[in-house]
Design a protein around this ligand. Structure first.
Ligand SMILES: Nc1ncnc2c1ncn2[C@@H]1O[C@H](COP(=O)(O)OP(=O)(O)O)[C@@H](O)[C@H]1O
Ligand SMILES: [Mg+2]
Length: 585
């Protein structure tokens, strides 16, 4: 091993400095291997046109099915002159845009300096036509990406044939023709998915001024319904929350009935993300549920339209400076964890019943940055807290107000959110904790104030087993709960009569059936009103449970197949009776 101390200064001599060279392969690393999602590749080209101040961009897929197979993208932006081509287009990972934040009144969307390599990701060759604004010359460059695959090729050794022509001064923009395509676009599914992604590139309720994306597709192949911002008015409930300074959440909630609620919440800890806005539009697809909730009729036609639009556009999407960051909100990306929550609690909206948008900006959320693949952002504390903000908006605001508005349907729940005006405190879980939504359909309800702290945990375990269809596990845990409650009652009521709850000979607690019998035999000693009747009722009702709890625990052949089978044991009633007895000692 070389030891730096050994260097003898007198023998040091400067030689030609070594420089990095880059193999031609880099093009593929940043092209096909990074921007591997074909929709993302097209969207990158659209974003480049926006950055170049184009007012119109055209995505032409009409020749994908021809023998040659071509995708053409053209815009009427600023274009590039020879020097721009040389210093910007031909310089990979150029940080030029990140130095400047705006082009005129447009905030730059690109920043990594590799989006143009989408042209490599999509096809084997690309021809770029560039018509610089205000000039009389236009350029054409032909890229044959295969040349870069040559083992010995250095990136700067490869010449891409370049030509210049005369053009009219008024013409400007670029056109990229990509031929010999890398993907099979010739089916309805891929084209539909792309068209939907294009329609979702900017927020539905904020149509971009002066930026129109035109698409030319095979009309017989793709029919994606266009969505207008007016569609959002059909939402049964809409919520808008605004996070400021990491601690203040302002909300506005309204229903299709024009009922409104607004107010402020103060968080118990500062969220690490920058200012953000969340919008949620919740729909009922079925006329029956719509009517139950709102008391108005919904026509079949309307219901069909809502279902159709949600098929294409539902989910919570993330937008930065009004441009979508994929894949958040795609069909299989439940980044907010809503579907699990909705599974546990019917007041939670499922992803397929809502259109949601989270808006952030590069200036306020500079720590939330894209990965090189453009599929998602780099996971950070800031991003985690952005998720928390959305979860809190749904968990503490949406579900509460929805249940309040639908209280006629769900048996009035306590109003948790204050009336408008005042600021209230909302507790925020520490970073990384998942918000666990308690199940609504509970098998047992203990009430949360029991002496042995394991009761609450046991109750949660029972209810989770029940909710997730594990009836045998729920059943045995219920026996543990009932048995312990009877034991605790006897012990609390008769602390000195140990024989009632403890077998002194064998030094163990009495068996379940003896505990039940002792409780029943001693019922006259419980003097508070009604307690004696509770014990009598418990004694009658516990019969079946006691019997089966024993046989099912000890007999290998007995098994509960269905959680409905649990209903016959009236476990909830049994627990509630015991809780009342315990409370009245
Ligand atoms: N449609 C276009 N019109 C004009 N210039 C473009 C266009 N697309 C790309 N460019 C130029 O090429 C550069 C590289 O684009 P890209 O690789 O997407 O990186 P980034 O957008 O992050 O700068 C851009 O910064 C811009 O100067
Ligand atoms: Mg770009």
């Amino acid at each position: 091993m070389h030891n730096p101390k050994d260097i003898k200064n007198f023998s040091e001599k400067s030689v030609e400095p070594l420089r990095f060279d880059v193999s031609g392969n880099l093009i593929r690393k940043f092209g096909r291997e990074s921007i591997s999602n074909k929709n993302v590749a097209i969207l990158e080209l659209i974003k480049n046109s926006y950055d170049a101040k184009a007012t119109k961009i055209e995505i032409d897929f009409s020749s994908v099915n021809t023998k040659e197979g071509m995708i053409a993208v053209s815009d009427n932006g600023d274009g590039m002159d020879y020097s721009d081509l040389k210093n910007k287009w031909m310089r990979i990972a150029n940080p030029f845009k990140s130095k400047k934040s705006k082009n005129g009144d447009r905030i730059f969307i690109g920043e990594k300096g590799i989006g143009r390599l989408s042209a490599e990701s999509l096809a084997r060759t690309a021809t770029l036509f560039s018509l610089p604004k205000g000039a009389y010359t236009e350029y054409k460059i032909i890229f044959d990406w295969e040349k870069y695959q040559d083992e010995n090729a250095l990136i700067s050794d490869i010449g891409n044939p370049t030509f210049e022509f005369k053009k009219k001064k008024g013409d400007h923009g670029i056109r990229i023709e990509m031929k010999d395509l890398n993907h099979d676009w010739n089916n309805a599914e891929t084209q539909t998915s792309l068209l939907t992604d294009i329609n979702l590139l900017n927020p539905l309720n904020k149509p971009m001024r002066d930026f129109r994306i035109a698409t030319k597709f095979e009309p017989s192949l793709v029919v994606v319904p266009k969505i207008k911002k007016e569609f959002l008015n059909k939402a049964v409930y809409s919520l808008k929350t605004k996070l400021t300074g990491g601690t203040l959440i302002r909300y506005e909630f309204s229903s299709i009935n024009k009922k409104k609620k607004e107010g402020n919440l103060q968080t118990t800890r500062k969220l690490k993300c920058g200012d953000a806005v969340f919008e949620l539009f919740f729909f009922y697809k079925s006329p029956k549920y719509f009517e139950q909730a709102i008391g108005k009729e919904m026509s079949q036609v309307e219901s069909r339209e809502i279902s159709k639009m949600l098929d294409y556009y539902s989910g919570i999407k993330l937008y930065r400076d009004n441009f979508r960051v994929k894949p958040y909100g795609d069909a299989n990306s439940d980044w907010i964890g809503l579907d699990i929550a909705a599974h546990n609690n019917s007041m939670y909206p499922r992803n397929d019943a809502l259109i949601g948008m989270v808006h952030i900006s590069k200036s306020k959320n500079s720590s939330i940055v894209d990965t090189t693949t453009r599929e998602g952002v780099i996971f950070s504390d800031e991003f985690q807290d952005l998720i928390t903000f959305v979860q809190v908006s749904i968990h503490k605001i949406f579900t509460d107000l929805r249940s309040e508005f639908e209280s006629h349907k769900t048996k009035a729940r306590k109003k948790k959110l204050p009336k408008g005006g005042k600021t209230h405190i909302v507790s925020i879980p520490s970073p990384g904790t998942k918000i666990i939504v308690p199940p609504v359909v509970n098998l047992v309800e203990i009430g949360g104030k029991y002496p042995e702290n394991f009761y609450n945990q046991l109750q949660d375990e029972i209810n989770i087993c029940y909710e997730h269809n594990h009836p045998n596990a729920a059943f045995f845990l219920c026996r543990k709960m009932v048995e312990n409650l009877v034991f605790n009652i006897l012990e609390k009521k008769f602390p000195s009569r140990v024989d009632l709850w403890y077998d002194q000979k064998y030094k163990i607690r009495h068996k379940f059936s003896i505990l039940i019998k002792n409780l029943y035999d001693e019922r006259s000693n419980f003097n508070k009103p009604n307690v004696k009747t509770y014990i009598e009722k418990f004694n009658t009702e516990v019969g079946l449970f006691r019997k089966e709890a024993n046989t099912k625990a000890h007999n290998v052949f007995e098994y509960l197949c269905d959680k409905k089978e649990l209903n016959k044991f009236k476990i909830k009633d049994l627990v509630q009776l015991l809780v009342k007895i315990f409370d009245n000692i």
